[in-house]
Ligand binder design. Structure first.
Ligand SMILES: Cc1cc2nc3c(=O)[nH]c(=O)nc-3n(C[C@H](O)[C@H](O)[C@H](O)COP(=O)(O)OP(=O)(O)OC[C@H]3O[C@@H](n4cnc5c(N)ncnc54)[C@H](O)[C@@H]3O)c2cc1C
Length: 255
């Protein structure tokens, strides 16, 4: 679950986001939904104060720590969403800090970034939870592949590194061709069904989600909630026109 909000420039807003996660985790725990990581939470560090002009990194780390402690109490985990490339180093640094106390904190790596294969190698270590996605932001050519085919082949290379490594890969994509190719990498790597998972956004390709679950594989649904959905949707569509097609296709089809 992801409490919508990003690019916070007020500390009060960052604190309110932290509180929303603490309430969520308490309620998930009380409802028995978080046991064993059945429902976990995703965080955008920019919503927790990462970009605040003064002490942003520290405020964000403190907020994330408190959320991780609440997640541990509720018996579940936390994954740090990845935002635009100017935040990648800071987010991975915060990940490293958090993992000292909470080794189960997950990271997201974006296949469209040229650096990501190397990041996959660094993070494919024992117990390391890594979500691999294509990436949703508009990024310059200097740091990111621009052609669809380059992003897709990067995704497969990165998935192979993660699946052949020691960590826990979380394969986030709705792309039928990628799913087919990566499925064969999963089999080649001899991965047990509980040693990786697929991830898709709530409401997108629900029939494919069901197919994967029916085949005995783990499938996690990413569910954003809260008041900030309009800005989130508009920003995503404005930043990267491909997201508009993605959204419209999802409205029209369940397959
Ligand atoms: C769980 C989850 C978490 C994410 N977290 C992050 C994050 O932290 N940071 C980030 O930058 N991004 C994140 N993303 C978004 C991600 O980076 C992509 O922007 C998004 O998933 C779209 O890429 P895709 O791989 O699903 O396929 P796309 O490239 O959008 O689609 C590829 C192809 O899939 C096919 N396809 C897509 N939808 C359908 C459909 N409904 N029916 C039939 N065919 C279809 C089409 O052939 C299409 O050309 C996340 C995505 C998921 C699922």
């Amino acid at each position: 679950m992801d409490f919508l909000g990003e690019d916070t420039l007020e500390q009060s807003q960052a604190d309110a986001t932290r509180e929303a996660y603490l309430v969520l985790l308490r309620e998930l725990g009380a409802a028995g939904l978080s046991d064993g990581g059945r429902v976990e939470v995703s965080l955008k560090l920019s919503a927790l104060g990462q970009a605040l002009p003064r002490d942003g990194e520290r405020i964000c780390l403190d907020n994330a720590r408190r959320i991780c402690a609440a997640a541990q109490e509720a018996g579940t985990t936390v994954t740090l969403d990845m935002e635009d490339h100017t935040t990648t180093d800071a987010t991975l640094a915060t990940l490293g800090e958090l993992r000292q106390d909470f080794p189960w904190v997950g990271a997201v790596l974006q296949a469209y970034l040229r650096r990501t294969e190397a990041d996959c190698r660094d993070l494919a270590t024992s117990g390391s939870r890594v979500r691999l996605c294509k990436g949703a932001y508009r990024e310059p050519e200097s740091v990111a592949f621009q052609e669809t085919v380059e992003v897709d082949t990067s995704y497969v290379r990165c998935a192979r590194i993660l699946l052949e490594g020691q960590g826990y890969p979380m394969l986030a994509t709705h792309d039928p061709q990628i799913i087919e190719v990566v499925q064969s990498v999963v089999e080649g790597a001899g991965r047990a069904p509980d040693s990786y998972e697929w991830q898709m956004l709530y409401g997108i390709r629900p029939l494919e989600q069901q197919r994967i679950a029916d085949a005995g594989q783990q499938l996690r649904v990413y569910l954003p909630y809260g008041q900030e959905w309009y800005g989130y949707l508009m920003r995503r569509m404005a930043e990267r026109p491909a997201n508009t097609m993605f959204f419209l296709r999802a409205l029209a089809t369940k397959k």
